[in-house]
Write a protein that binds this ligand. Sequence first.
Ligand SMILES: *[C@@H]1O[C@H](CO)[C@@H](O)[C@H](O)[C@H]1NC(C)=O
Length: 446
Amino acid sequence: MRLWLRGLVLQALRNFRGVCGVHGPPPPVPAPQIMATWEAINLGKKPVPEYFNFAHDVLDVWSQLEKDGHRPLNPAFWWVDGTGAEVKWSFEELGEQSRKAANVLGGACGLQPGDRMMLVLPRLPEWWLISVACMRTGVVMIPGVTQLTEKDLKYRLQISRAKSIITTNSLAPHVDAISADCPSLQTKLLVSDSSRPGWMNFKELLREASTGHNCVRTKSRDTLAIYFTSGTTGNPKMVEHSQSSYGLGFVASGRRWVALTESDIFWNTTDTGWVKAAWTLFSAWANGACIFVHELPQVGAKVILNTLTKFPVTTLCCVPTIFRLLVQEDLTRYSFQSLRHCLTGGEALNPDVREKWKSQTGLELHEGYGQSETVLICANLRGMMIKSGSMGKASPPYDVQIVDDEGKVLPPGEEGSVGVRVRPTRPFCFFNCYLHWGLNSGPHAC
Ligand SMILES: *[C@@H]1O[C@H](CO)[C@@H](O)[C@H](O)[C@H]1NC(C)=O
């Protein structure tokens, strides 16, 4: 029975023809086989494909499988605001909405492949639409947190030469105050129900946009995103990621650390602006899982616990600080609908918090660590025996060792730095380079 079903799915994949490009693009990497593709690349049996586009090669394939009835009835995206408003998209609807958004970027905004767009939005559905629209148009996204000051904005817009910015009313005045100093900035897009002089209204444009769009053909090495990451000294550096570094890079950690399948509903409470917000997008959608978002105007323990009671979230990720707040509540008063897997990262997890969470909910807390230059470097994977206070083991394809200041591998038990081997083979899910880093080209500079 199972074999037969699998045969059917494969058949469906064979019959699927991409909608992207007029001159017959190569067949897409089918989403359910993307794990196999990842494995083959990891084992050196296959090169990274020359062309890769997450929207075309993954999202549109899920869409087709969904249409053909080969996916559980799990949405792709589910957003709530806590006061009753809800947005729920299937992969098909996500496809349609993001194609409309792509037409806004390529049409009204006049953006071309390779142009850069700053994306500074709170947890709103538009964040995910724009992210996918950037993939469809080849526009490079530069995510930023909504707490950016005028000075931060100016620095980022100037050095990245972003042509466009999309944000909400709260940040728009700050952008206006510095626009004159940012000659590359040509279009400003507002996500709002009201209008603002000098700004285009994204919601209005989206409503009128057509749903027909041909996804650009991107090479795996083409730029997907630029992240500003604060180094130890000086101004934040620009980290450039490729279409495949994240798009393929998160397949395995999404499956083994976040433990996602097509039936899961994954809620990551962390802010969309943080560099690593894309982690959720790629790990969830590569594995066909649903991304759940709560707008969370204020992040509070009760809101989170009530949401887990009310909605069938299966997988939860919060920073350790939030888990610390959660375990201070009387957790026996809540009965979570579907929660089965919990994750944390971004700060060190206090063993005490993990133990309290586990004893009160019966659920383990799986810590993970990575940087904006990489995907997941090490983690406590699903099913792994967890040592108290340990952030886990090396996550393939990385060779991770504890090294001294000269990069020499240290014996077990000694303190040092986490080192990731990049020679002789640079891991395939690694950032492209640092852009404009310092005056001279440092290591990994473009
Ligand atoms: C949740 O999001 C944060 C940042 O937005 C990221 O650092 C973290 O890795 C994500 N968690 C998972 C499990 O993807």
